[in-house]
Design a protein around this ligand. Structure first.
Ligand code: 3HC
Length: 715
């Protein structure tokens, strides 16, 4: 059997290399337990060894945590608890070794990987962008299950540990040092040497681990039970505010950490293992691990299946339209070091675009994600003009101009003259790409790149492959989308593509509820309660009613009565309300743009007058969400979606569909296909034509099928 751990003794130092020959990354699984045990026994018994260094044989990963594939194969809470117990025991043994072990870390050190490092006696980390440390377990619906909930607070303090464990956030090398998470920060070239030296110093007693000194605020808050109670209470409140209790893992993590403080590490570890097992069985954990597998699979998806094409590099980008979207696209491109040429009709607009790019980069610099030097370098990559100078060498041109077909046609013709070899990508959210390509000399090079606003924050990119778009063009746009950090799904051309198409019936149904007299804040509250980041009425105000008003008729034209816009939406638009940006929408805004309560004058525009109609949150959710789920299935049967995975990811990353529900298709599976058909039929009987179940769904209900396997790895 091939070994994952190998040991080499150099001058009394055992250099242990972790390199799983059968996997792309190093992960911890139960098969490794015996190898670790044998290694520890050797360290204990071999008199020629005085100390050890644990290093990775993988270029960019130290240890990526527990093997997630093994976690999803667990079938009972007690099996999960045992897995956690075994991990704890292994790391307790490591921590208790008489000979010091130094973690020599380069690359991702995540979850169980960081827990291994925490059990070592010294940590050396490379100062390199790939060297990220985190405990991301709560993002998977779990908690650190190999002692992390107990060791981390004792190493870096309670508040720092809670922050890391509850958010799962990634810690960059310098921050890791300032937190006290690591002991030395070094250049990658000297990692091994420094780690060996530290191991020897620790073994000889030349260097000892100093007791961690609490800061003044820690002494006040963390070093006494009363202060700690305050910290735990605040942490619970924050979690509840952020998650509305939909995610059990962070709350469980707080309890487990608190248990360790109140009753000692051993009881803390008991609680940790128990909760780890219980959480592994929750639907939330299943959905969040599904999202991990789905995003990982998309990283490798070229967008063209088995087609034998290679993506061309995009060395230069040009963006038409320096508005909010255009500038947003430029801001993410320069961060990946692509030179960008912005074009717009006036110098004022260009200046506005450059300012918007600067604002995004300034935010990054303030968060210390960019050094002042990198900031200057990136700003120097973006330039603008009112003509097409600088376009000639662009490999990709993205248009983000006014949503009007004739305007798109004009710029397409001009771009074909100015940048004859470039791909022309439209950032339209409503116009079919094939219509835009009608006037193209090279329609094979016309594609859709639908970004979401604000571009620098929204993780999704929808690439729209029209019938005439070549595989080469798709592969290149997909690869570039990934290069600028987006999760990319490829969808077929059609009104609303995928994301806006499923949004349309959902928003529309919310509009119908307004027509019937339901209060706008009741609608929003119901859907926020369901797990959306904002409700549909707020979403309309945020996106802009003019934009929503443009897409409404297009969708209604394409899909008929099913998507006929609601009366209230039309009237609110006719009333000249634009939403937040115009200071008037469904909600009230003060002079500074701060939102107040609902603008009750809207109710005079609804067909239902008088007192608002009382409707339960459950009914509101049933109508809006069922409309969205059904439309998602229609997108699958129409061939807009290639698969359910893309549909789930598109909804979660594009709309904020509740991640703990996994996405529309995962939700249908959870509810049961037959149950969904029944609910849709019942709604359709009340509102004929709006809820007719998708044919595919009906067929699946009859055959007792589901979209994903019910157990094990979802993809
Ligand atoms: N378990 C199993 N497989 C893993 C894995 C893990 N922890 N981490 C990565 N992989 C696999 C991926 O599935 C993928 O497999 P494939 O090639 O067969 O599809 C392969 O490794 C490469 O992964 P990426 O494509 O994501 O590679 P990147 O270089 O882009 O990213 C990474 C590498 C930063 C390590 C990223 O994969 C990552 O974030 N992994 C997950 C880390 C994580 O969540 N760890 C916590 C696990 S839970 C835990 O540790 C519990 C403990 O407390 C007991």
């Amino acid at each position: 059997m091939t070994q994952t751990l190998s040991l080499l003794v150099e001058d009394g130092v055992a250099v242990i290399t972790f390199n799983d020959p059968n996997a792309p990354v190093n992960a911890l699984n139960s098969r490794l337990a015996s190898e670790f045990d044998a290694m520890f026994t050797r360290l204990e018994t071999d008199a020629s060894i005085t100390c050890a260094v644990l290093i990775s044989g993988k270029p960019d990963v130290w240890i990526a945590g527990a093997d997630i594939e093994e976690l999803v194969s667990l079938t009972s809470a007690s099996a999960g608890e045992t897995l956690s117990r075994n991990g704890q025991r292994m790391l307790d043994r490591l921590a208790a070794l008489k000979k010091p072990v130094v973690a020599a870390i380069h690359g991702a050190c995540l979850g169980g990987g960081l827990e291994v490092a925490l059990a070592c006696h010294w940590r050396v980390l490379t100062d390199h962008p790939k060297s990220v440390t985190a405990l991301p377990e709560t993002q998977l619906g779990l908690l650190p299950g190999a002692g992390g909930t107990q060791r981390l607070p004792r190493l870096i303090g309670l508040q720092g540990a809670l922050d890391m464990i509850l958010t799962g956030k990634t810690i960059r090398p310098r921050k890791a040092r300032s937190l006290g998470l690591i002991d030395d920060l070094v250049h990658p070239a000297v990692l091994r040497r420094v780690a060996i030296q530290r191991a020897k110093e620790l073994a000889s007693g030349k260097r000892t681990r100093e007791e961690r000194q609490s800061s003044a605020s820690e002494m006040l808050l963390e070093d006494n039970p009363v202060g700690r109670a305050v910290v735990f209470r605040q942490a619970r409140e924050q979690v509840m505010k952020k998650t509305r209790g939909a995610y059990p893992a962070p709350l469980a993590a707080i309890d487990v950490i608190a248990e360790g403080y109140s009753h000692g590490v051993s009881r803390g570890l008991d609680a940790e293992a128990k909760q780890f097992g219980a959480l592994a069985m929750t639907p939330v954990c299943r959905e969040l691990t599904f999202l991990f597998f789905a995003t990982t699979a998309l990283k490798k998806d070229t967008g063209v299946g088995e087609a034998d094409v290679v993506a061309s590099p995009v060395q230069r980008l040009a963006v038409l339209g320096a508005g909010f979207m255009g500038a947003g696209i430029a801001s993410v491109a320069v961060q990946k070091l692509t030179p960008v040429r912005l074009r717009d009709a006036s110098l004022e607009r260009i200046a506005g675009g450059l300012r918007a790019v600067r604002d995004v980069l300034t935010e990054q610099r303030k968060k210390r994600r960019l050094t002042p030097l990198a900031f200057d370098d990136m700003m120097s990559l973006v330039s603008g003009s009112t003509d097409y100078t600088g376009f000639k060498r662009a490999d990709l041109v993205i248009e983000a101009v006014f949503e009007d077909l004739s305007v798109k046609h004009t710029v397409l013709r001009e771009v074909e003259d100015a940048a004859p070899d470039a791909i022309f990508a439209s950032n339209t959210s409503t116009i079919p790409i094939a219509r835009i390509a009608e006037v193209a000399a090279h329609p094979d090079r016309v594609v859709g790149m639908h970004f979401f606003s604000p571009v620098h924050k929204m993780p999704l990119l929808e690439v729209i492959a029209a019938p005439q778009t070549s595989a080469q063009t798709i592969a290149t746009t997909v690869a570039y989308g990934k290069q600028i950090g987006k999760t990319v799904i490829v969808v077929s051309d059609g009104p609303g593509f995928y994301v806006n198409r499923i949004l349309a019936p959902y928003i529309n149904e919310a509009g119908r509820l307004l027509d019937e007299g339901v209060a706008m804040d009741a609608i929003d509250a119901a859907l926020v309660g369901y797990g959306f980041p904002v409700g549909p009425i707020t979403l309309l105000d945020e996106v802009g009613l003019d934009i929503a008003g443009k897409s409404g008729p297009i969708m209604a034209d394409a899909f008929g009565a099913r998507l006929a816009p609601s009366i209230t939406l039309q009237r609110v638009l006719e009333d000249g309300r634009l939403g937040r940006k115009g200071g008037r929408g469904f909600y009230l805004y003060d002079d500074k743009g701060k939102r107040d309560g609902p603008d009750k004058s809207v109710y005079a525009l609804t067909p239902a007058t008088g007192a608002r109609l009382d409707m339960s949150a459950e009914q509101i959710v049933d109508r809006t969400v069922m409309a969205m789920l059904n439309e998602a299935v229609r997108c699958l049967e129409d061939g807009v979606l290639r698969n359910t995975r893309d549909g789930d990811i598109g909804a979660v990353f594009g709309i904020g569909f509740p991640p703990f529900r996994g996405g529309p298709f995962r939700t249908i599976d959870a509810l049961g296909v037959a149950n969904c058909v029944q609910r849709l039929d019942a709604l359709d009987a009340r509102f004929p034509g709006r809820f007719t179940p998708a044919t595919r769904l009906r067929g699946m209900a009859v055959r007792g099928e589901r979209f994903y396997p019910s157990t094990g790895k979802p993809l």
